[in-house]
Design a protein around this ligand. Sequence first.
Ligand SMILES: Cc1cc2nc3c(=O)[nH]c(=O)nc-3n(C[C@H](O)[C@H](O)[C@H](O)COP(=O)(O)OP(=O)(O)OC[C@H]3O[C@@H](n4cnc5c(N)ncnc54)[C@H](O)[C@@H]3O)c2cc1C
Length: 477
Amino acid sequence: MTVEATKQADPGAISGGLASLRGALTGDLLVEGDPEYDKARGIWNAMIDRRPLAIAVCKDADDVVSAVRFARDHNLPVSIKAGGHNVAGHAVCDDGLMIDLSQMRSVRVDPAEQRAYVAGGALWGDVDRETLKWGLATPGGLISDTGVAGLTLSGGVGWLRSRYGLCIDNLVSMQIVTANGDLVTASEESNPDLFWALRGGGGNFGVVVSFEFALHPMNPKVMFCAPIYPIEAGPGPIRAWRDFLADKNDRIGSLVEFSTVAESEDFPKEYWGRRCYTIAAVYAGDPVEGERITMPLRELGDLVTDFSGQMDYRDVQQLFDTLMPAGDFRCYWKCHFLDELSDEMIDAAIANAIEAPSDNTLSSLWNFGGATAKVPADATAFGDRSFGWMYSIDSVWPDAADDESNIAFTRKAWDDTRKHSQQGRLYLNFAGHGEDNDSLVRDAFGRNYVRLAAIKAKYDPGNMFRFNQNIVPAGVH
Ligand SMILES: Cc1cc2nc3c(=O)[nH]c(=O)nc-3n(C[C@H](O)[C@H](O)[C@H](O)COP(=O)(O)OP(=O)(O)OC[C@H]3O[C@@H](n4cnc5c(N)ncnc54)[C@H](O)[C@@H]3O)c2cc1C
């Protein structure tokens, strides 16, 4: 269910208010017709074409306060753009106010305290660049130009999850502008209910202008394992990978990624255009030891090729960037958390990879456990951590004419594998285009939903922040 504004916006008052907002902002205020308007409303998924009433390009927390107060005073809904990677396109709204944080990307590191202070519009590449200068890191995503904010607030899954957990597990505090326009701190000591809700509850509670992350000592090099098997290798290597990880989920972040061999000199020509899977893994520890330990994953059959090796961690964090260029492709992604990775689920993943209509589509089996599983279900809004695996289907294609077939494929593959899911639970950062919002959100949060709805009612009773995996404020029907 989507909650509409309880009061109507007044168009006359809004146009007068926009002039005052323009004067109050250090950054720009963009409206239809401004040269930068179309660029600012563009995001990673080329399918999304929405037209905000205005875009507040914020340069600092004061700008965000001004923008939110303007929206509050004019009963306007607000969408928030950080990295713009959200596949459902929640960063952009029709007719409301879009808060664009793309110019708030600073990262400050306190090496003595092992902390990073990250602005609300920063990308993961910004964080890695600054923290690795000090030999420190915090878990991020797999792609360097994904936004820290959107990825983190719904959980945050990256290579270091085995050893250091999800991104939210490394949050120490946040500075956030709530729906009434106040800048507040959320931490264990200050507004702990909000701190709990923000760790998994997405963009429902306000605009986070700064994140404080705990950092960990990081070897500049890691072992990156990446043997590529032809799809004809079948389930054997994947079953072996599953069994191999049984006692190593605390050190190895890994996924089996199904894809199509690119027509590139990097691959033997006989495999060009054929489906394959990569057993990708990062060993979070000494790279020499990692190379020895992960070697069996590279010896499970005939290979297309093997990209494994000891690499700079920062390079690993950018390796997948070229697979997914921003703004060029249309996409629709879905996923399930899985209790177990059964032989039947592996067979289904292989069959789906073969059937995918687009050669750009990726699908993946991800391991969990380790540090991620150690956090109790009620410690963060994200909820239960007992799932051992995730299956994600990332459909990606270039032409609008193929929208229907690709979305239908993804939904069917998702429906067919739902029986393997952990009671319908899914990762809300891979949740289609936001359709079925109410059931997806309830399934994802499980028992935490009621508590989240009460906190939403406290901090955003009018549902100003509704362009997200929306939590309906308690008491609103
Ligand atoms: C190419 C690609 C690779 C990805 N890889 C990974 C991965 O490795 N691991 C993973 O976990 N996920 C991954 N994702 C999914 C990603 O986590 C989500 O798409 C996420 O929403 C992206 O965050 P963003 O800031 O870039 O998105 P945006 O589209 O800018 O924002 C998404 C939503 O987050 C909220 N939000 C954004 N900024 C703020 C803020 N400052 N304060 C409050 N709310 C805010 C808003 O609700 C907004 O609508 C990937 C996505 C893509 C497209």
